[in-house]
Design a protein around this ligand. Sequence first.
Ligand code: NAD
Length: 478
Amino acid sequence: IPVDPFDLIIFGGTGDLARRKILPALYRRFWAGQMPPEARIIGAARAAHDDAEYRAMIRAAIGEFVAPEKQEPATVDAFLERVRYLTLDARGDDGWDALCGMMRNGVVQAFYFSVGPGLFGDLAERLHRHGIADAESRIVVEKPFGHDLQSARALNATLAQHFDEHQIYRIDHYLGKETVQNLMAVRFGNMLFEPLWNARNVDHIQITVAETVGVGGRGDYYDRSGAMRDMVQNHMMQLLCLIAMEPPYAFESDAVRDEKLKVIRALDPVAPGDIVRGQYGGDSGGPGYLEDVENPDSLTESFIALKVHISNWRWKGTPFYLRTGKRMRARTSEIAIVFKDPPHSIFGVQERQKANVLVIRLQPNEGINLRVTIKEPGPGGMRLVEVPLDMSFKEALGPEAEDIPDAYERLIMDVIRGNQTLFMRGDEVEAAWAWTDPIIADWEERGDRPRLYEAGSSGPEDALMLMHKDGRRWREVK
Ligand code: NAD
């Protein structure tokens, strides 16, 4: 179903994110017939380009980042006709009058801030001052949203001077992932899971986001941030909220976000002994963390594992173990709900069945897997065996699921539709920082040194101990 006609202005339209994610996502929506003919995309950045040069840049980006079967030349040409370029300085006067002259009435207006966070305030202020944005315009703000609670508050306050909360779309692209939305469908669309979804029945929960890449060209940014700020405060916190939240009364933006906020507020402070930080070493696959960030004294973590408790009726006593890192063995993102053992085995000690585990796989091969116990086939008596009830979306849904949309496709179309459900509200972001800040402050004060871990491994040994000491173990990173 096509969305309403829109003007989407991408500040930072020549940047890495715009070329790799935003414009390819828009092209795929165009290819799928979701973009109305009147829609227009305007890339705006500091460098001087004309429309033709910019279109050539975007044609190359589509060539690189869109599947070849979706690149019919006529379709690419038709898409590029909708794309314009404007030279504009976020901090100066250049380009703003021209932008003002380009705006149309009667279409949805969205401004995507795909620039460094230092420019968010400048953009908001100039959009307002030049009379470009109105009360229905939307702004899309990229991560990182603040560096700590104080900066996040300041940023929220600056944006609030010019825009209402209902106009502000704070992106966390994890929320746009198909499987993450499926998490809500599984929880609230079935009778089967929700009655068991609590501390009485769930032993613990594991959330893993493992990457094989290092910090790459983003060393400078990453070293000032680290895994806690870059992954846990936002993406993993969002996953945790969707698993832990109470059922919202409707799948509506504030109903869902109210429930997520309650989870964040119920998080306990984390004891230093429940945190393991790591830095990857070098190997034949590349240099180690310290060389990657060109800072031999860096104390920033490229890996973190932590045990988190939620103090509310539903979850008291059930730990959530979170782990994320770079240069790990495999690129895996998954959430595992590990249920308790049955209270009594009628089959004797030999046949003690393993706990049920529900795994929600974000990547690779998105899907859901439930480990259940059955009888081993054969005449040998009542022997038990664990088998997976495995549902790969691709296999289960066929061609429909072959083409799972990228998170940015879903999220940008939601901006045009005016649906904020999958975007973070200002108070959520602040609450997440309020929980994160003291944890970071503590290790900074102590000068905590991250443990070295082998590139291509599953993280430092101590991270394994974090679970072993509780009589539990991490699922394998594979
Ligand atoms: P980039 O450095 O590649 O691009 C920055 C863009 O901003 C360029 O188009 C540049 O021309 C423009 N710009 C810089 N100063 C300007 C000014 N004064 N006026 C107008 N335009 C100006 O950065 P990026 O990697 O594309 O990241 C953009 C934003 O998205 C950042 O906030 C970043 O944290 C966030 N982000 C990026 C990624 C990614 O994978 N690249 C992922 C998540 C979030």
